[in-house]
Design a protein around this ligand. Structure first.
Ligand code: M6R
Length: 623
């Protein structure tokens, strides 16, 4: 949540910062702002709404402004208005700050600073940071502070460190000081911060998408670290002033991968990228000749995984739905007792973590605050914690003991699509490998591996029905309450279908196990209520036909996701979408496709901003 960026280099900062902000806009879009520094003056422009609104009020870029910071906001403290937009400056106008995170003790600090005659103009926690740095800076400059800056340290950096020592909570920060026209400072605790190292230029940003246009070389700051950047280079240290050396990494993805290409929206692009994303995710991991799955990142943990009697999967949102499928897979194929936990609930309910408990954290972004906190909690209690993450070098990837990357490519659309199917592919590969070691024959593992390899091509076939699915969305677009129903491995897919529709079209939708309908929710059915059933061929096929009949008898409009060639389902369906045949446990990678496409078209038909749904942001880095 919130995108931050800073630039120091040879070029005019403003266009670079605005371009970078646009690449970060999926992180939040309530307001945006920019601060540039030249001739000892910090110039701030900010506006409520999307970055396009900010652009309307900007002056022409100046070549004198080669240093600046910028921000796109997902509001936490204070309404999304112009006053609360970042950057925030201190009361003297010397310091400017952009911030991603939450300062928990902001109220106490604000009271204290106010008692020192420091003025505040916004409702944000971030203004406290700016004023705190400004306070220490003016103290040290006037010689009032008892703890003077060490002789070899500049006063700006020292003031930042003094302020950071007082903060409780999380931050990714980029900071300017008017008296230091060639210095940019960044600091990180609990929110991501990456420094892109280019030829004579540096870009500090909350994620790599803002950097790749300029350089693919980057350092990833760790918690409680800061970086001070000047035209001569940069130095990294802990926030209590101990030097740390950082490794230069290669950012894995290219600019092309984060461009929208010919698609109307990132979500649509990412839906259509799924065949390729899955091929990349599984390529090199599936050894069809020997019927083996190779998961390099987990190699040294596979023995522990086969022995565990307690596997916990933690995640949020779409990744939680993938985890539910994972639970069924691990229990079915490997007979490992598995629980799926909302990461946001996990550490607040005193969960049982014993000697051999293994926890797997699943996250596209690798930055979701709840999932990260759950991983840290499990680690503190002695569990082995593994990760299934898409973003390389992200906080969860670095916190876990080991893990598997999705390699699905960058996901920009707020609605998660290709990450979901890639999470399912990774969970399936892991379950097959553990199953082969524990419970199923080599022949059975081989059959599943064959079937898994065929999934990308089967997805391509489903994608061809996009126009047909659009017609179904259009026929039901006026309906404000939808149900998504599935059984067995397709029950989590029903939850995911409902989430997709809700988050981008703002249509109320519920996902349920189909058989639960008669225990209450069936009361919601009235004439024409759209009910999307996943009724593919599998062990529960006959049962779900019964559930469909119950809803149909009460006037529900039946939309069925069925198996190709299933003639008998036609009599039950008002609308039919088909998927190629596949074993039940692999079906979620197929059955979710029609639901993603349906949600996409419904949102477009309703005129919603598909990639930037209201109130949401791509990665939820606050609890
Ligand atoms: O980055 P993560 O996978 O940890 O994100 C978890 C959820 O915030 C995310 O899946 C969210 O529910 C999506 N908007 C769903 O489309």
């Amino acid at each position: 949540m919130c995108g931050i960026v800073g630039y120091l280099g040879r070029k005019a900062a403003q266009p670079i910062l605005i371009e970078a902000l646009k690449r970060l806009e999926y992180r939040g879009y309530d307001s945006a702002g920019i601060a540039t520094l030249s001739d000892g003056v910090i110039k701030i422009k900010k506006e409520q709404g999307k970055i396009s609104k900010l652009e309307e009020i900007l002056d022409a870029p100046s070549n004198d402004e080669k240093l600046g910071i910028a921000h796109t906001r997902w509001a936490t403290h204070g309404k999304p208005n112009q006053l609360n937009a970042h950057p925030h400056s201190d009361w003297t106008g010397k310091i400017a700050v952009v911030h991603n995170g939450i300062i928990e003790n902001h109220a106490t600090l604000k009271t204290w600073l106010s008692s020192k005659a420091v003025d505040f103009v916004s409702e944000t926690d971030t203004e406290v940071i700016a004023n705190l740095i400004g306070y220490f800076y003016s103290e040290v400059n006037s010689g009032k502070d008892h703890t003077q800056a060490p002789p070899d340290q500049n006063k700006f950096e020292w003031s930042v460190q003094r302020a950071l020592a007082e903060l409780h909570g999380t931050y990714g920060l980029a900071i300017l000081c008017a008296d230091f026209p060639k210095m940019l400072i960044g600091a990180k605790k609990g929110s991501p911060l990456i420094l892109g190292v280019g030829e004579g230029e540096y870009i500090l940003a909350s994620d790599a998408a803002a950097i790749v246009e300029h350089t693919q070389k980057a350092i990833y700051l760790s918690n409680n670290e800061m970086v001070t950047i000047t035209p001569d280079g940069f130095n990294t240290k802990t926030i209590d002033n101990v030097a740390v050396s950082k490794e230069l990494h290669q950012i894995e993805f290219s600019l092309e991968q984060i461009e929208i290409g010919g698609f109307a929206h990132y979500m649509l692009k990412e839906i259509f990228e799924q065949p390729e994303a899955l091929k990349t995710c599984m390529g090199g991991r599936i050894d069809r000749q020997n019927n083996r799955i190779k998961l390099g990142g987990l190699a040294s943990y596979l023995r522990e995984l086969t022995r565990t009697k307690h596997l916990i999967l933690t995640a949020c949102g779409t990744a939680f739905h993938a985890s539910l499928v994972g639970e069924f897979l691990f229990e079915h194929l490997a007979r490992i007792p598995t629980e799926t936990e909302y990461a946001s609930e996990f550490r607040y309910r005193n969960p049982i973590i014993e000697d051999q408990t293994v926890v797997i954290s699943i996250s596209q972004s690798g930055e979701t605050a709840d999932t990260l906190a759950a991983a840290e909690y499990a680690k503190e209690r002695g569990a082995t914690v593994l990760g299934i993450v898409n973003v390389v070098g992200s906080s969860i990837a670095r916190t876990t003991d080991a893990g598997i990357y999705l390699h699905a490519g960058p996901e920009i659309g707020v609605a998660s699509t290709k990450a979901f199917t890639a999470q399912l592919a990774v969970l399936t590969m892991l379950a097959i490998e553990l199953g082969r070691r524990k419970n199923i024959s080599d022949t059975e593992a081989g059959r599943l591996i064959e079937e898994l390899s065929a999934i990308p091509e089967k997805i391509s076939r489903i994608l061809k029905q996009s126009e047909h699915i659009k017609e179904i969305a259009s026929a039901n677009i006026k309906k404000n309450n939808w149900l998504f129903l599935g059984r067995g491995f397709n029950y989590p897919v029903a939850l995911e279908g409902a989430l997709k529709l809700k988050e981008i079209s703002y249509i109320h939708a519920e996902g349920l196990p189909a058989a639960e309908m008669k225990h209450g929710p069936i009361a919601l059915i009235s004439n024409g209520t759209p009910a999307v059933f996943i009724a593919t061929l599998g062990p529960q096929y006959d049962k779900i036909l019964g559930n469909i009949s119950e809803v149909r008898a009460r006037g529900g409009k039946i939309i069925v996701v069925a198996t190709e060639g299933d003639e008998s389902i036609k009599q039950y369906a008002d609308h039919l979408i088909t998927i190629p045949e596949a074993p039940e446990m692999l079906q979620p990678m197929l059955t979710v496709l029609p639901l993603q496409i349906l949600a996409y078209h419904a949102a477009v038909l309703r005129g919603k901003d598909v990639d930037k749904p209201r109130n949401l942001a791509k990665s939820v880095t606050v609890e």
